[in-house]
Design a protein. Sequence first.
Length: 283
Amino acid sequence: GGTACVVTGQPFDTAKVKMQTFPSMYKGLVDCFVQTYKQVGFRGFYKGTTPALVANIAENSVLFMCYGFCQQIVRRILGVDRKTKLSDLQNAAAGSFASAFATLVLCPTELVKCRLQAMHEMQLSGKIIQGHNTVWSVVKGVIQKDGPLGFYRGLSSTLLREVPGYFFFFGGYELSRTFFASGRSKDELGPIPLLLSGGFGGSCLWIAVYPVDCVKSRIQVLSMAGKQAGFMGTFATVVRTEGVLALYSGLTPTMIRAFVANGALFLAYEYSRKLMMKQIDSY
């Protein structure tokens, strides 16, 4: 599921990070794509793909594993049988709990990904003299400058994004599946309803938490040039110096990516899960 998400959405994610961190450099999504292609070539759209793959595979593996555990916790809190079907709202709460665990594996890999994606802009703006263009050089730079804890720059903003965001993510997905199932079992849904449900869930997530993600990207990227203020300090600085709309820079590529990538994520997740369950049942 994580692999499908990255393969379909990486170019839009790259544009998102660039536009969030340097909103004045680009007039919009098309301008960002054109300039990136002219300056770096097609490979520029897939900068940070390796850490993005690691991040998404790790995050979604932990997320969906913990989602199952958190569903059981919700059942225990409600005092119902472990096989009882949860409501869409209860599933959303379980997904929100699960995201807190996924954040711990996501934050370090996402920091490396964001820095690689915005390295060219950091050099153009004069914030750094020479960029590190490989995963290993970025990792080495973080360890040398900040130590192992440097990988957790932006952890508080990542948590602020993930916990409420995944409530809307799983809530939107489950609500959409309920709509398409219309009385039938959700497990009987075909690929198109699953794609649309995943896309709807992803769109709900990003609409709800986009300003938080914008602050997170800035903290993780600009901390290359020196110590950054925390979440509230960065948020206040952006609003005061650039206005509220700066917090929504890069929203267009994000919403395109959210629908396409999360549709692919849930489609791959549901079908791989069914395949694995069949294998287990056959033993």
